[in-house]
Design a protein around this ligand. Structure first.
Ligand code: GDP
Length: 673
């Protein structure tokens, strides 16, 4: 073909073409007029490929520049307001955080191809793009900050409820006591000793249930003990925003004195302004030295009462149940001074102090009622869950119809397990309950399952070899994203891996395509489109974009693709054994033998393993089988046969031939083998 003609076809001028050809590895000379017809197609393909690569490179550069520009822009604008948002945020809350009308945020979302209502939830990635476009610097709240925010909200809420009571409605309530101290100093033993000696109802036969707290009675006054010893429990409840203990008993072993955890606990109660009593334990023990403990306390400025200070110390033996009544009297004394009160007449408010799922009973939680009275049939909301109280029991497993302030009660009837530290409120507002249940369903599916996180240890190396399907998932709303990610979980298979390399809301962009190209992945678009430039880029980079508007179709596609990645497996079936009786002929590529089927049955066109003295000598194929003079397909146990062996001619009389079949089988997806 004429070089000019070829240049015209490629929409370039002849000079350009001739200059380009050496670059692409075609050597036809700078002044060539004709191009060999055999080369024409190759040249056209090479030029197109070259153009395609150039285009991709250009796009990559553009995207990089945009990213850089964004960074620079941020650096240039230190005055940009920084807003912190959580992993998931509701559109109207985002607008509130940005102090913008919600319509403006919705319009911005629309620009990015996301149709949303004001109550729609969006993920951080989307919220940050919108926020940045609207002129803010957006960063993510970390787990601690999220918890801290929740804490503030809960703290404020509980304080509001408890402090807004009119003095006239308040009556005394039992103090709530927490036992803390260094490990092995006797916290558990003390809690047991108190429970055994002062049970509220001695008639019950002494069988107590661990529900996270119990109550004892002393001189007709009740005391509530949180029976999860240790300050870890206390700390975690505190961290979740609930201050539930009124008095602390700090246990110090008389033979060991103050230890690091004792100091930590003292520090904690002082910071919290929590009244405390020091129980100097194990006074029965040899080496117990009460004065030494008091001296050590004085050294950290906790001066015992009998040394002229304010700290109340009670020497006890939890083991021998010595001075336990004195300790309880002291606790009641402290309580009297502090005057702990609540309004028993209002709807109950409280805090979850224990929560688990019981196989038979479903979600079970213990509420410490802080104010009001809780009754069977009350509708409650707590944290992310809600429900109607179906049954209520105390630590002696006795059914209660109602429970007042400071009572710990185990309750049944919640839809899900709440978290320790969640605030409990009685409500008559069915809408609120419905909303919480709905929200809870969302929350359960967050955060997104991290399929791409490699397993630990040895498996790591193994998994590195495992074929993977890398996907970018873009959806219209967060609900579908969460539902899909959750369902991807079921695609776990030891031999293939599903990596969600990227997820987000809204239309597919150039960046999505380039990221997928780097990861050699595919893009799954659920009810979203692709912007025009990204569509072109996807064509050039050959990144597949698959569109769906039905969830199960998308899941089917993913499953199909994962199945294809599974390597087929060879399945071996043992058929029978032959004892070699005679060698008739040995060729270059095989032998003709005679033998007897000793076990099982033997089929033609199968495989042979040759065994001598228990070891494998060689392997080969069974390519012909005769019984008498006739060609047969099968010979049964006990019969003699002639056979054609394809393989190395090393078989000897008395060798055993193990006959087996091999079939290729595609492994079942999801098999755990
Ligand atoms: P915790 O880790 O603080 O809960 O300590 P435990 O209650 O488990 O007690 C630790 C050990 O000290 C156990 O072996 C107890 O039996 C023992 N112990 C606890 N209180 C006393 C006591 O008053 N006297 C003596 N001799 N041993 C005690």
């Amino acid at each position: 073909m004429n070089a000019t003609e070829l240049a015209r076809r490629l929409k370039m001028n002849t000079k350009e073409l001739l200059a380009k050809l050496p670059e692409l590895g075609f050597d036809i000379g700078k002044r060539a007029i004709k191009v060999d017809d055999k080369l024409v197609d190759k040249i056209i393909m090479a030029v197109e490929e070259d153009r395609r690569q150039k285009k991709i490179e250009q796009k990559e550069k553009q995207v990089k520049e945009v990213k850089l520009h964004d960074k620079d822009a941020q650096a240039d604008e230190p005055n940009k307001m920084e807003i912190k948002i959580p992993e998931v945020v509701v559109v109207k809350d985002l607008a509130e955080k940005l102090s913008l009308p919600v319509t403006k945020v919705i319009a911005e979302l629309m620009k990015n191809g996301i149709m949303s209502s004001l109550n729609e939830r969006i993920d951080f990635e989307t919220a940050s793009i919108i926020g940045e476009d609207l002129g803010f610097k957006i960063s993510k709240l970390n787990a601690e900050e999220t918890a801290a925010q929740a804490q503030i909200v809960q703290d404020v809420k509980l304080k509001e409820i408890l402090n807004n009571e009119s003095q006239n409605n308040l009556v005394s309530r039992p103090p709530v006591v927490i036992v803390m101290g260094h490990v092995d100093h006797g916290k558990t033993k003390l809690l047991d000793a108190i429970r055994e000696t002062n049970m509220v109802d001695k008639e019950s036969g002494g069988i107590t249930q661990h529900i996270g707290a119990y109550q004892v009675e002393k001189e007709n006054k009740k005391i509530t003990f949180l029976d999860t010893p240790g300050h870890e429990a206390f700390k975690s409840m505190r961290a979740r925003g609930s201050k539930i203990a009124d008095v602390a008993i700090i246990v110090v072993a008389a033979d060991e004195g103050l230890k690091p955890q004792t100091l930590e606990v003292i520090d904690l109660v002082q910071k919290e302004n929590l009244p405390f009593v020091i129980a100097i334990n194990k006074i029965d023990k040899e080496g117990a030295d009460i004065d030494r403990v008091k001296k050590e306390l004085s050294e950290i400025n906790i001066i015992p009462e009998d040394w002229g200070g304010k700290a109340i110390c009670v020497p006890i033996s939890a083991k021998q149940k010595l001075n336990i009544p004195e300790l309880l009297d002291t606790v009641l004394l402290v309580a009297d001074m502090e005057e702990f009160k609540a309004n028993p007449k209002r709807d109950a408010v409280g805090t979850i102090i224990e929560s688990h799922i019981d196989k038979a009973e479903g979600p079970v939680a213990t509420i410490l009622i802080q104010s009001g009275t809780l009754r069977i049939g009350d509708m409650i909301v707590t944290g992310q869950t809600a429900g109607k109280i179906k049954a209520m029991r105390n630590y002696l497993n006795q059914d209660l119809k109602e429970a007042g302030p400071s009572t710990p009660v185990k309750i049944l009837g919640l839809k899900h397990s709440p978290e320790v530290g969640d605030i409990v409120e009685v409500t008559k507002d069915r809408k609120k309950i419905k909303l919480i249940v709905k929200q809870n369903n969302y929350q359960k599916s967050m955060p997104a399952p991290k399929l791409d996180q490699p397993d630990q240890g040895e498996e790591d190396e193994e998994r590195a070899e495992i074929p993977a399907l890398n996907i970018t998932l873009k959806t219209d709303v967060l609900g579908s994203q969460e539902a899909l990610l959750e369902t991807f979980e079921k695609f776990k298979d030891p031999e293939v891996k599903l990596n969600v390399i990227k997820k987000g809301l809204g239309n597919i962009t150039d960046v999505d395509v380039l990221d997928s190209q780097t990861a050699k992945g595919i893009i799954l678009a659920f009810r979203v489109k692709t912007v025009a430039s990204a569509e072109e880029l996807a064509r050039d980079t050959k990144v597949p974009i698959l569109y769906f508007d039905i969830i199960y179709k998308l899941l089917e596609e993913v499953e199909e693709r994962l199945k294809k990645l599974l390597s087929p497996q060879i399945v071996r079936t043992e058929l029978g054994k032959i004892l070699v009786l005679a060698i008739f002929k040995t060729n270059k590529d095989g032998m003709i033998l005679g033998g007897r089927v000793m076990e099982g049955r033997v089929k033609n066109q199968t495989k042979i393993k040759v065994i001598r003295n228990g070891a494998i000598v060689t392997r080969g194929d069974l390519i012909g089988l005769q019984s008498g003079k006739e060609e047969v397909t099968e010979v049964l146990q006990g019969q003699e046969c002639g056979l054609r062996f394809k393989g190395r001619g090393v078989i000897e009389v008395n060798d055993t031939l193990e006959i087996y079949e091999e079939k290729m089988q595609t492994k079942k997806f999801g098999a755990k083998d």
